[in-house]
Design a protein around this ligand. Structure first.
Ligand code: ZN
Length: 452
């Protein structure tokens, strides 16, 4: 009996020792993301490493790198200082979330901090002002996220900054040139972000027919064939404050940007004249008129015939500024017309679109129904008429899950960035998620903040 007891003690102590040496790993890689922390184009896989940017404490940009071969994490490192998020007690702005790109020499670039900029930063000739300052920072060394320097080569007047990188090495920066009443512009860099071309306005803001109401736009960007960029967008009826300005947005428009010729085309292949106004868009690029229904723009993709698929989230407005549009709508171009409609995926589910063919359509969706957040593939074999949930990549109890766009050039193990709010705080855990679930990290490294 005494002998057995000794063995039990020995086993217990071996268990304790092994627990101490093999440190517990968690599904997330950091816990200091802040507010609504991740924008669409916030990650890239480059030479064996996935780089990820997100909004952290005081709305400053943070960067993390994961080396897939060595299974080694680096960061988070703070990459710059935003003008947003520095006034205690003020509502989190959330518009300065960082966009990330790796240039052809391996330097990492982040643009962040813009919510239109302010009048003291100069005259905004392409729009109006609100807050913050669009800032460009670059890593001091290739593939090293530990030190950063500011590069003063872009305008301070930007919102929704998004990097697009093409196979020919060209790096495009898209943004709204200010607050709501601003043109959407692009610039291209052909020298690894040392210089950018002059800004080109492609969507125009202007007074609409009514007094002190304006035409405004929200844009989704996607890589197309070759060096094409696909743009789907919706219309924001930017009412006066007097009239009760809110988040009213309608319709889905679609066009293609052939960056080789610098020419924009509508879905029928007709060349378009820039900048596009509301009236011109209604005539040339309108895909679907949503009528009274409000919407948030979703993602697009090309199928194997080169025809576009488009998506958005639609619903009654409910009177709230950002409330209402919730149900995923899916349409595709047949060569003659747009066909599709409301999908059967859960209400409020949002995510990424993959159109393999006119029949085989998939979405990777975040879904927060039933208090168990999950990210899963939803597959349709009939062009989007019916979707069925298939592989679940992440399932987490707790706060709401939010997902980025697909990581650029993504490794199969690291396709999207997902955040989850830590209840009772403004912070979120951040996950790097791929076909094998989240990439794990030692808890002592992942718990950047002590939030208990
Ligand atoms: Zn507005």
């Amino acid at each position: 009996m005494k002998y057995l007891f000794s063995i039990a003690l020995l086993m217990l102590s071996v268990g304790l020792i092994s627990n101490q040496t093999a440190e517990e790993k968690v599904n997330y890689f950091s816990n200091n993301a802040f507010g609504n922390p991740v924008t669409g184009k916030a990650g890239e896989y480059y030479n064996g490493v996935t780089y990820v940017a997100y909004q952290g404490e005081k709305e400053d940009p943070y960067v993390v790198a994961y080396d897939h071969k060595k299974d080694k994490w680096r960061g988070p490192y703070k990459a710059g200082t935003s003008l947003l998020g520095k006034t205690p007690g003020r509502k989190i702005d959330n518009h300065g979330k960082p966009t990330l790109v790796v240039d052809g020499e391996g330097y990492i670039h982040i643009v962040f901090g813009g919510h239109g900029g302010t009048r003291d930063l100069g005259e905004n000739k392409l729009g109006n002002y609100h807050d913050g300052k669009q800032i460009h920072v670059k890593s001091k060394r290739p593939m090293d996220i530990s030190e950063w320097e500011e590069v003063e080569n872009i305008t301070p007047f930007g919102t929704y900054s998004q990097f697009m990188k093409l196979d020919n090495g060209d790096i495009y920066l898209f943004f709204r040139h200010g607050a709501h009443r601003s043109n959407w512009v692009y610039q291209v860099s052909k020298d690894n972000c040392r210089t950018f071309s002059p800004k080109v306005s492609f969507l125009k803001t202007k007074p609409s027919n009514e007094v002190n109401d304006w035409d405004s736009w929200y844009v989704n960007l996607q890589k197309g064939e070759g060096n094409d960029i696909l743009l789907s967008y919706n219309y924001h009826f930017c009412k006066s404050v007097k009239k009760g300005h809110d988040g009213e947005r309608h319709h889905c428009y679609y066009m293609k940007f052939d960056t080789d010729t610098k020419q924009f085309f509508n879905v029928k292949g007709e060349a378009l004249t820039l900048p596009i106004t509301k009236e011109y868009a209604d005539q040339k690029t309108l895909a679907i008129n949503t009528g009274d229904q409000w919407n948030h723009i979703g993602r697009s993709d090309l199928n194997d015939e080169g025809y576009p698929h488009i998506s958005w989230y639609e619903g009654a407005h409910g009177g709230k500024r950002h409330g209402g549009p919730k149900q995923l709508m899916h349409y595709q171009w047949t060569g003659d017309e747009w066909v599709g409609g409301e999908t059967n995926v859960p209400n409020k589910a949002r995510g990424e679109l993959v159109a393999k063919s006119k029949n085989e359509v998939s979405y990777l969706l975040e879904d927060n129904e039933n208090k168990l957040g999950n990210v899963a593939w939803w597959e349709s074999h009939d062009g989007g008429a019916e979707f069925k949930k298939s592989k679940v990549l992440l399932e987490e109890k707790g706060g709401k899950l939010l997902m980025s766009h697909f990581i650029r050039n993504a490794h199969p193990d690291a396709k999207v960035i997902v955040t989850q709010n830590i209840k009772g705080t403004a912070y979120s855990k951040v996950y790097l998620l791929g076909e094998n679930g989240p990439i794990k990290r030692k808890q002592s490294e992942a718990d950047v903040l002590q939030l208990n």
